[in-house]
Design a protein around this ligand. Structure first.
Ligand code: URA
Length: 432
């Protein structure tokens, strides 16, 4: 078999066999198939799709491209969560401490920014010293001792996904339902999850722009989960406007900390409470969603979730002084408030444009291996449906470079659309 034949077959809309998929995944995991061929193949998949059978074969090949973790000696049930990626999505920073504080140990391997969407690891690395490179042994030990882990995908778990993810980020091949489904599910299977809560984002700032597409992605991941004998629950959540107010790594950590202290933006808190309630129910800590939600509220409002977050930071080498006093987290050189250019109801706060502005400021990567600037980003001050008076603060830019700042200002102004008539607020979740 030759890699080029597999690329040509997919380019010509053929259906790949399991053997061809396994050959290709094995080849690029070992470095025998170069990045340029993997990129061409990913583009062919993006353009021509994969059948559910091909996607399942790809998922399993990637899941087994390295070690598969067994957590049965560490936790009663391994519950995991995953978001398909969005703008201002700092959910894991809050939900993991909440569920761990409620008695459900949780260990998660997260990713870095992908395209315009932020990555949990980049956010956590705003905290000086925080390590995202735990070994499997360290992961298990910390899960047992502290009940919470938030780290990067260790190199020996689903290495094929690690390689493909980094390439897709810089080759315009992120928005593919089979590639997203196999990426998410291979990681979860390799990380030993028995029950998985999938937060599928939909809207202008998500990889899936329509409810139909996101439902298709959700259904595909549930069916892959069934074949791999994992319980999968999906939520469809809005990503037309940023989640919460903060977009950008250190800014998002600050907002997560506010939320862990019982405050934070209402939409973000509500989102976290719902995700936590589902995880607590999946993990058997709560008999039903309402009970899970009540536990989660208490964990946020009475301090245990914050204490868990602090324990997480300390366990992974982070300097807890920076989360105790979030003003110590990295600051950008310039902080510019931009006021509303007119009065009116906000009809749109285009999440993708805000995400792209944050990327342009340096919060994400334009090229594979780019260094991330943790201090930069944007705070949006209003939500769709709000009435804003001319001259009221609309958004704030945190920037290190004047040219990038000007570009971001233009982009975020464009992200805000206005209406003279009242506009209904956006929902936080949609029906599955
Ligand atoms: N999250 C992932 O893990 N993979 C993707 O491809 C998209 C979002």
């Amino acid at each position: 078999m030759r890699a080029v034949e597999i690329i040509i077959k997919k380019r010509d809309k053929g259906e790949l066999t399991r053997e061809e998929i396994e050959f290709f995944v094995r080849g690029f995991t070992r470095g025998e198939i170069p990045d340029y061929q993997v990129s061409a193949w990913a583009m062919a998949v993006l353009l021509n799709g994969m059948t559910p059978r091909e996607t399942t074969d790809l998922t399993l090949a990637m899941a087994h491209s390295g070690a598969v973790m067994d957590l049965s000696d560490v936790v009663k049930i391994a519950v995991d969560k995953h978001s398909t990626g969005g703008v201002g999505d700092k959910t894991s920073l809050v939900v993991l401490p909440v569920v761990a504080a409620c008695g459900l140990p949780v260990g998660k391997m997260s990713g870095r920014g992908l395209g315009f969407s932020g990555g949990t690891l980049d956010k956590m690395e705003s905290i000086p010293g925080y390590r995202c490179d735990l070994t499997t042994e360290e992961f298990k030990r910390q899960l047992k001792e502290t009940g919470i882990v938030l780290t990067g995908q260790s190199l020996d778990l689903a290495p094929a996904d690690g390689k493909l993810y980094a390439l897709r980020d810089v080759t315009g091949t992120v928005q593919s339902i089979p590639l997203i489904a196999s990426s998410v599910m291979s990681k979860k299977i390799a990380a030993g999850a028995q029950a998985i809560l999938l937060d599928v984002k939909v809207g202008l700032g998500a990889f899936m722009q329509t409810l139909d597409e996101s439902r298709e992605l959700a259904k595909l991941m549930v069916s892959i989960g069934e074949l791999a004998r994992r319980r999968v629950v999906t939520l469809l959540s809005d990503m037309n406007q940023p989640l919460g107010n903060a977009v950008g790594n250190a800014l998002e950590v600050r907002e997560a900390i506010e939320t862990l202290h019982g405050g934070g933006p209402p939409d973000f808190r509500e989102h976290c409470l719902t995700v936590s309630a589902h995880m607590l129910t999946l993990g058997g800590v709560a008999p039903h969603l309402a009970a899970g939600r009540a536990l989660a509220e208490r964990a946020l409002d009475e301090g245990p979730a914050w204490q868990k977050f602090r324990a997480l930071v300390a366990a992974q080498g982070g300097d807890a002084a920076y989360v105790d006093d979030p003003d110590r987290l990295p600051h950008a050189r310039s902080v510019e408030g931009v006021n509303a250019p007119r009065s009116g109801y906000l009809a749109q706060v285009h999440a993708r444009l805000v995400g792209e502005a944050s990327l342009a400021l340096g919060a994400g990567r334009i090229q594979k291996g780019d260094l991330v600037e943790h201090s930069v980003g944007i705070l949006v001050h209003h939500k769709v449906g709000d009435f804003v008076e001319k001259g009221q603060p609309l958004f704030t830019i945190h920037a290190n470079d004047p040219a990038r700042q000007a570009e971001a200002r233009k982009c975020v102004l464009k992200a805000h659309l206005w209406s003279d008539e009242p506009v209904a607020p956006l929902p936080i979740f949609y029906d599955n």
